[in-house]
Design a binder for this molecule. Structure first.
Ligand code: ADP
Ligand code: MG
Length: 386
């Protein structure tokens, strides 16, 4: 796919609308993790350096088409302002209202952040008249919210029909990293999949299995596969409805799919590592075991490409973060290209202080998975030239 870039913004455009992904986790009035804000800063800086007046737009959470004070972007404006070291005017109200329409930068290089796009029902409905209100008074559009492009919304699809549109640098970097991962051809190519959302991940697994040499399964996802291969999983979280699919994949790809050989189980307050053949009936599997990480070490170190989605255990509750930590350390020692995507995967890597261990941390969870599955992202198609 070919997109215009910000180098091709129309010369006459001085007031530019910029869609960012500032959908960050909040803790009350504070930003709990500012990774997405940090990732947006270079884009904002480079556009400001061109002397443009910028109106930044983003969604935050799921207010459901009406103002919801707890999901205001105001704290994000403050955090962005701190990171940029300059004021960010916050346009309270609803994006597209009179204040939004009439906002003028002072003298070039002005910056405003509009309130949460999803305060208006027109955003998620991909409504043309909402997009028209967003476009009012602006002369060009920059799309840089990779994480939102798998949804057809007013700020991802309708808007691109109204203003000359280009792909921002973060969007380009995300697409390049995922393309390189898919197409660079070096082998072995591995997948590490964990977490809990079996329904989201099975299609990815199915789609990528024919292309990869190795799949490491952890997290609650692995429990379903362990159960499918006849192991007792006690009281662990798993999906009985997916046993059939898991069995089919195991039968079709023996030697490619690697299940944990040992797991960390909890029984009341007692925590121990056991072999996967010895999970007690009253225990819950909480993490992959250290012996599993050791068994996987040579496999990971050999990889030329790896995509990792989903934590290996219940990482929010130490000591059940050790499997995720262990895998992250292996990935850090690997020579090839490593990409991590997924909301919780990202949070886990950041919380464990291991961000530098991987080549690329994707800001787009669902969008990255959809892209890797081969879906055409509506927000990308809207930007396509020609
Ligand atoms: P991502 O957001 O990276 O795609 P998911 O949302 O699918 O990942 O899964 C993340 C969740 O899975 C985390 O809350 C984590 O605690 C949970 N999880 C991982 N392993 C287990 C397990 N063995 N038992 C229960 N929950 C688990
Ligand atoms: Mg998640």
């Amino acid at each position: 796919m070919e997109f215009a870039t910000i180098a091709q913004l129309p010369k006459a455009a001085s007031r530019v609308l910029v869609r960012l992904d500032l959908n960050v986790p909040l803790a009350g009035q504070e930003v709990a993790d500012d990774f997405r804000i940090e990732a947006a800063v270079p884009t904002v800086r480079s556009l400001l350096a061109r002397g443009l007046d910028l109106t930044l737009i983003s969604h935050l959470g799921r207010p459901g088409g009406k103002p919801e004070p707890a999901l205001s972007l105001r704290p994000v404006a403050a955090a962005l302002s701190r990171q940029l070291g300059r004021p960010v005017e916050f346009l309270a109200g609803v994006p597209g209202d009179a204040r939004y329409r009439d906002w003028r930068g002072s003298a070039g290089g002005s910056l405003a952040l509009a309130e949460n796009l999803r305060f208006d029902p027109g955003e998620e409905a991909n409504q043309m008249d909402f997009a028209q209100r967003l476009a009012a008074g602006r002369q060009a559009f920059v799309q840089d919210a990779f994480g939102s492009l798998h949804r057809a919304h007013a700020s991802t699809v309708a808007i691109a029909r109204l203003l000359p549109s280009s792909a921002g640098p973060l969007l380009q970097a995300e697409v390049e990293a995922l393309d390189r991962l898919l197409h660079d051809g070096s082998r072995p190519f591995g997948l590490a999949i964990g977490g809990a959302k079996m329904k989201d991940k099975l299609p990815l697994l199915r789609r990528l299995l024919p292309q990869v040499d190795l799949v490491l399964l952890g997290g609650a996802l692995a429990n379903t596969f362990l159960a499918a291969s006849g192991k007792g999983v006690g009281q662990s979280l798993y999906e009985p409805g997916q046993l059939e699919v898991a069995r089919e994949l195991l039968a079709k790809w023996p030697g490619v799919i690697h299940l944990p050989t040992s797991v960390v189980v909890a029984r009341g307050a007692a925590v121990e590592e056991v072999g996967v053949d010895a999970v007690p009936e009253d225990a819950r599997i909480m993490d992959i075991g250290e012996r599993t990480v050791e068994a996987w070490r040579p496999l990971v170190l050999e990889l030329k490409r790896l995509f990792w989605n989903g934590p290996m255990g219940l990482y929010e509750q130490p000591p059940f973060d050790r499997g995720t930590r262990g895998l992250a350390r292996l990935v850090g020692a690997m020579q090839g290209l490593s990409v991590v995507g997924g909301g919780d995967s990202l949070a886990a890597i950041r919380r464990l202080g291991l961000a530098q261990a991987v080549t690329h941390l994707s800001t787009g969870g669902g969008a990255a998975l959809a892209y890797l599955q081969g879906d055409v992202l509506p927000g990308l198609r809207a930007l396509e030239q020609g």
